[in-house]
Ligand binder design. Structure first.
Ligand SMILES: [Zn+2]
Length: 265
């Protein structure tokens, strides 16, 4: 994709041209929408899309959830809401809205990006979120849990919370590949049998589950998961996020992703 970076002044307001992904959108007043974007150049930004409800002609489907494209923002200095001048779509990702497992997994990815990304541009986080959404869009319905888990762990890793999996997160003793052990969210990874006794709220972590997480962090996603394994992985990830999120607000999209599949089954 062509990378656009430009900052120039039009009508006295700086114009930011950046690649952007729509992570959240809601109606505002009669005719407009407020969009929360993950931008490559300036992290999370909120923009007002005037007239987006009245006429879809202006933006078309560009402002649908998870769409990606080139955004032009009139940046109001010291304000939290900027004006969206244009959005030229490059990927719509309609497939994400076509299947509930894909949609709930993608919504979880959006939630993590909104919570972890600040207003600093992070090309690595941007590219990871973009790639993860593409992978979920291509995932078969039965694979959406694994693909979503892989994506969540990659995002967690990019923002600096890579879990320790090859050695004990407390005493750093290397763990054997086939060694069943435990996982401590507070310690930040797998723990050996000795440290498990003192680690708070450590949970059993079979060697196969640890291997799956290692694959996901390496960008692989074709890890076969049974339903109970998928459920256990979601619970472990939730507990890890609870221990490391920047604030205490509940993860609503994650909760829907975690419970929708199993309550529908
Ligand atoms: Zn240890």
């Amino acid at each position: 994709m062509q990378r656009l970076t430009a900052a120039c002044y039009i009508h006295g307001m700086p114009l930011l041209v950046t690649e952007a992904i729509v992570l959240h959108a809601f109606d505002y007043l009669e005719s407009s929408r407020i969009i929360r974007l993950l931008t490559r150049e300036a992290g999370i930004q909120s923009v007002l899309a005037r007239g987006a409800r009245k006429s879809r002609g202006r933006y078309g489907s560009a402002l649908d959830l998870f769409a990606e494209g080139s955004a032009q923002l009139y940046v109001k200095p010291n304000r939290e809401l900027h004006n969206l001048a244009a959005f030229e779509i490059t990927r719509s990702r309609n497939e994400l809205a076509e299947e509930v497992g894909r949609f709930t997994a993608a919504s979880t990815i959006a939630e993590l990006a909104l919570r972890f990304a600040g207003e600093e541009g992070s090309p690595q986080l941007y590219d990871t979120v973009s790639d993860v959404l593409d992978r979920i869009a291509r995932a078969l319905p039965l694979a959406t849990i694994g693909t979503g888990l892989a994506g969540c762990w990659r995002i967690v890793s990019v923002v600096g919370f890579t879990p320790e999996l090859s050695s004990c997160a407390v005493c750093h003793t290397p763990l054997r590949d086939n060694e069943d052990g435990a996982f401590s969210p507070a310690a930040g990874g797998a723990v050996c049998s000795t440290c498990r006794q003192v680690a708070r709220r450590a949970r059993r972590l079979p060697a196969t589950a640890r291997a799956a997480m290692t694959c996901w962090l390496a960008g692989e996603e074709s890890v076969p998961l049974s339903d109970p394994e998928g459920r256990s992985h979601q619970r472990l990830l939730r507990e890890f996020l609870d221990a490391h999120m920047p604030d205490d607000r509940p993860l609503r999209a994650f909760a829907v992703w975690e419970h929708e599949r199993w309550s529908a089954a």
